[in-house]
Design a protein around this ligand. Sequence first.
Ligand code: ZN
Length: 408
Amino acid sequence: MIRRYLYLRRLRKHIYQREEDIEEYRLARLKGLLSYAYKNVPYYRRTWKEEGFHPSQVGSLSDIVQVPITSKEYLRSNYEDFIAQPYRPYYEQDRYYLAETAGSTGPSIPILKDRRCQDFQRAVAYRAFLLYGASLSDVKVLSTPQASEMRGGVLNALFNNHYLHPAECSSKLVEDIDPDIISLQPSTLGELLYTDIDISPEFIQTAGEILDSERKEEAEKRFDTVVHDIYGSSEAGEIAWRCPVDPEHYHINSELAVLETVDEEGDQVWDEYGDAVFTNLSNYYLPLIRLSIGDSIKIRRQSPCRFPFPEVTGIRGRTGIFALSGGERVYGRDVKEAFHAITGLKHVQVIANSEPYEVIVDVESSQSADEVLRSARKVAENLFDTPFTVTEQELQSDSDDKILPLVN
Ligand SMILES: [Zn+2]
């Protein structure tokens, strides 16, 4: 706990520093991690030797491009290969912390970490919390599938932390707690929206899934508050936080992770969409170095904003590739956003598992079907080079979402 506080104090200072000063700190951490991994993780030692890379080649942060990229699929089937030798005895005794996944399902890859890493990730998460105007004593509802393991203890009482399972977040329990802050997944927020629960938190923090702008606006109106979103993954924790000044971008917790984007050839790119590749600078138990996490994002190296952290300026989502269009990838998030913009559309379903793609449209009864179909056709034309059909049909759905699950 003391360590977490010391981390937090240091991290808070960074907010007022220049990017160059933080870079020094990051470079020292990166170098330390690389030599440690080379010495202690057989997987890295082997592949780096094969690829002709040695940690001593890294003299600046940009030299990270020399490190071979590892795919998430490889990590998934071989994660034990990534455990550092000094931690093996602990692993055999089941002694580790697991990444807390924000989503409703557990992690597909057990992301093992030690106490130090856990404390660092928590401190990083708290920094964003405090930047949004929270204080440690605010009453907080924190949603996690592992809620039952997190409850109890003096510290939770001291810091007013109430851990709830996502399913409990739409219950009267929340009203009884009357939180100043709620932290939950966008899908859980979606469920909360359709209850009659009466609360007015200072802010809502979302994490773990992609938050679409429609849901954000709806929640802000419904609870008369602001929604701050965190971009993260179970492999890395909270990678970036939505800027409180300009909510269009997310500042990267650069002390926690080196986040890069690469094109299809694996070359580093900036200011254009690419595959997210990240290095966790604080995990020595299961070092994750240049891991491709399967998201498509866009990064701006230098922020025009007062915060000295690079920023994510676009997130196309971890739904990954939804379809191919003339060899180009089409992302699920883009499909959803484009159809969301059509008025008079009750539901739409897009099926892209074979050609022609099918766009099935259910029109609001008050609207002219011809017009809605025409708009849907236009949207599909912009999205797909692939042949497609647009048909009108009544769609059954329990959800209030306009876009039914995409089929691909
Ligand atoms: Zn900013």
